[in-house]
Design a protein around this ligand. Sequence first.
Ligand code: GRG
Length: 300
Amino acid sequence: MSEKVISSFDFSSYLSKSKVLVEEALNQALRAEEPALLRDAMRYSLLAGGKRLRPILCLASCELAGCDTEKAMPTAVALEMIHTMSLIHDDLPAMDNDDLRRGMPTNHKVYGDAIAILAGDALLTRAFEMVSIRTLGVPSERLLKIVGELSLAAGAPGLVGGQVVDLESEGKEVDLKTLEYIHLHKTGALLRACVTCGALIGGASQDLLDALSIYANGIGLAFQIVDDILDVTSSSEVLGKTAGKDLLADKTTYPKLLGLDASRKRADDLISKAKSALDPWKVTATPLLALADYITNRDR
Ligand code: GRG
């Protein structure tokens, strides 16, 4: 029975249906923003496409915990807002100084540095509004935990901390431990929050939260290893962002430290470990298992 359920799961249709729901919710979320220039800048980057992996992970985790995904949608939107904010800020001249993101000119190239910074700030703060004010039918103690998770993921213990160590490491010899620190904070922390927040909304048991924590750590690191690999092996056209950037910025990456084959193997091992953590939920975790595979098999 379980094997049949797994093999009949149509991941591509799951992904496209989830994306449609997420795109609609993202579009609705920023309709009434003022002033208009700020709203345009926020919408420009938030609605520019992207894989929407973070909100989909949140919805899938909520579903695994046995809850209606509608209740998790404001949090899923909040996670994509935080992610988009980090991309806008990361692309600024003072950071990675990039011109291309999601196949379009970066936010500061269109709106200027000041508005790009403010659009990022407004998306970050709006994310907390989505969870605390715009979520319906979820007990407030769960929402409080989610606000805590998002604060940790976005701040010094997460994205900001990882970004600082990344900036400090440019042009230096970096060992595997520091590289892992950067990735687990800069990229892994938010992916982990997606899974944890979805599960918290669904009222997951401690056993499930613990298993999801192992799953999230594995996919978080694997995601960034694949990102490093794609930076070397893919093109700007396919990625929608500048390829070959890590080499130009003299960044330490997994391919640089381990080589391409060993990096790919490390990503695959992390994904198998992440999936094994969900063995007791094998049937109902099908979307999360398929999302883990998608992370290593993606081409952008
Ligand atoms: C101001 C609170 C605050 C944080 C900003 C700039 C910064 C601190 C952190 C940088 C974080 C960052 C840009 C990490 C890279 C993560 C990454 C691999 C992004 C690409 O994600 P995809 O491939 O992109 O999911 P799409 O476009 O598909 O969503």
